[in-house]
Design a protein around this ligand. Structure first.
Ligand code: C2E
Ligand code: CA
Ligand code: CA
Length: 509
């Protein structure tokens, strides 16, 4: 697979797989979440429905207690009947006194006798009277008021469940009422099943409805919603990953990689000698950057320099390379010789005051004579502020750093640059050297460039010289400085040092 494609998509793919695993693994949590949401919504409705009814119970009871004679006369029975008729929450009322019992059905027909047997209830004592709330058949509540000389029992309407029977499996949900740590079952939990608490809703200031459910119950209710939710999550995940991938254009990915490479010091200078073909002496060398990745791969500058030029990282790269070159030649550049090192820079760097001062400071700091360094600026990219470039180049040349025009004839305004800027050398691009001995129309351009350079009094270096025929042709036109595989390929420092020593010991130059 194309490497940049892989680099671009590896994170989105990783995010997608991790996200997909997370979605699958969180099935139970999503079900829970969906179920809880649904229960809370329904509890809210139940709350709205019962809030008023049950809160009225206390008031209705107090009014009744006020009017009762507590002797189960017809008057008392009528009062009991009137109360349940007017109440929306009470279904049954019964009065027990020391002498007689009565209910809404008449005297001595008490229906509920077994309240003492309840062992699950919520009790309340406010000083004046106390009461118990216990579950009663058919999801109703039984409230037993203990008055000083009588007791009053009321049965509420059935409490509505959060889910109807058809919506959920048998015994899969349960509902309770609680107060101060006591809890009574309205829709009871089965002894044989495991329930989880799902939600609670406060009811009045003291009570709360609680809903419990088994895992089966939760899955049963949320099955179809779960499928849609997970599908939606997958689509969202996919969209996010696509967006990440599309955002991570090769350029952005490469930018991150270059920053990482700089941090890890993965960029190294290679050196290619520039030879005086009449003597074979090495007059200078060009620094050509290489990117040595941690896996050993050597990346050619054509693959990252254009991006770095475009996004400004070239500044960091150049500074890094200059320092690295100085480190490698430490001590050897002070010896008395004319040998110098040529470093590639962009037009933008030659319009940048910061670049100027950084370079000058660095050379001073490291005690490197300025004439040991030259810059070659490519014609491929145009200068944007020629006046500023002129000022900065003048500054550099005054300091001792010479400037060459690289790739001459291939790009923008080469001749106008040569007229306007203090450039002393012209590098003829390989593209023109390649035409030597061919019928290529560009071979005329080569001759024109050479002619122009001579008239302008410029030094000339021919680049990409690969054959003896090319050397001879250039000789005939009095071009002697040559760079190319015919002499040597770009090489790492140690190799280049040996190459230099074979040619002439650096110290003796
Ligand atoms: P360039 O400045 O024109 O460098 C010359 C290129 O031609 C180098 O390619 C060199 O290896 C290659 N070359 C030299 N002689 C021969 C030859 O006889 N035959 C062939 N086939 N090729 C030859 P390289 O090293 O791949 O660099 C490519 C370009 O990357 C450079 O072109 C330069 O524009 C840029 N570059 C390299 N290092 C730097 C740097 O540190 N800063 C900047 N701004 N650009 C750099
Ligand atoms: Ca160059
Ligand atoms: Ca060139």
């Amino acid at each position: 697979m194309d490497k940049t494609l892989w680099l671009r998509w590896r994170y989105p793919i990783l995010v997608f797989f991790l996200g997909a695993i997370a979605i699958v693994y969180s099935t139970q949590s999503i079900s829970h979440f969906l179920f809880k949401n649904e229960v809370e919504k329904r509890l809210e409705n139940i709350h709205i429905f019962y809030q008023e009814r049950y809160l009225n119970l206390g008031r209705e009871l107090l009014e009744l207690i006020d009017k009762l004679q507590f002797n189960c006369t017809q008057q008392d029975i009528t009062l009991l009947r009137d109360t349940i008729e007017q109440s929306t929450g009470i279904q049954l009322l019964e009065l027990h006194t020391a002498k007689s019992d009565c209910s809404v059905y008449g005297k001595n027909v008490p229906l509920i006798k077994d309240f003492d047997k309840d062992n699950s209830f919520i009790s309340h004592d406010n000083g004046d009277f106390s009461y118990n709330v216990a579950p009663y058949h058919n999801h109703r509540l039984k409230v037993h008021y203990q008055l000083p000389n009588a007791s009053l029992i009321l049965i509420t309407e059935p409490v509505q469940n959060v889910f109807t029977q058809s919506e959920v499996c048998l015994n899969c949900t349960a509902m309770t009422l609680s107060r101060d740590g006591s809890e009574i079952e309205i829709y009871p939990r089965s002894q044989t099943k495991q329930y989880t608490h799902v939600a609670s809703k406060r009811f009045g200031p003291n009570y709360a409805f609680n809903v419990y459910a088994t895992d089966n119950g939760i899955n049963y209710v949320t099955e179809s919603d779960l499928f849609i939710t997970q599908l939606l999550l997958f689509f969202m995940l996919l969209s996010v990953c696509l967006m990440i991938g599309l955002y991570r254009t090769p350029e952005r990915t490469l930018k991150e990689m270059i920053s990482y490479g700089l941090m890890k010091k993965e960029f190294i200078p290679y050196y290619q000698p520039i030879v005086d073909s009449t003597t074979g002496a090495i007059t200078c060398c060009e620094v050509l950057i290489r990117w040595q990745r941690s896996d050993g791969e050597l990346i050619s500058p054509n693959q990252f320099i254009p991006i770095a030029e475009h996004n400004g990282q070239i500044k960091l790269l150049t500074n890094y390379i200059i320092e690295h070159v100085i480190d490698q030649f430490e001590g050897e550049l002070i010896a008395d010789s004319q040998f110098y090192i040529s470093i590639n820079v962009t037009p933008q760097q030659l319009e940048d005051d910061e670049f100027l001062s950084t370079t000058i400071n660095l050379l001073k700091q490291r005690n490197v004579p300025a004439h040991r360094l030259a810059f070659e600026v490519t014609e491929r990219i145009p200068f944007s502020d020629l006046a500023k470039a002129r000022r900065i180049i003048q500054h550099l040349t005054d300091f001792g750093i010479s400037i060459k025009l690289d790739d001459a004839g291939t790009g923008y305004g080469g001749f106008s640059y040569l007229q306007n800027l203090p450039i002393d050398t012209l590098k003829i691009d390989k593209m023109f050297v390649d035409t030597i001995g061919t019928n290529d129309i560009k071979s005329n351009i080569l001759d024109s460039i050479i002619l122009f350079a001579k008239h302008a009094g410029l030094k000339v270096i021919a680049e990409g010289v690969e054959t003896k025929a090319q050397v001879d042709y250039l000789h005939q036109r009095e071009i002697y400085l040559m760079q190319g595989y015919h002499y040597a390929k770009p090489m790492p420092f140690n190799e280049f040092k040996q190459y230099l020593q074979q040619d002439l010991m650096i110290s003796k130059r």
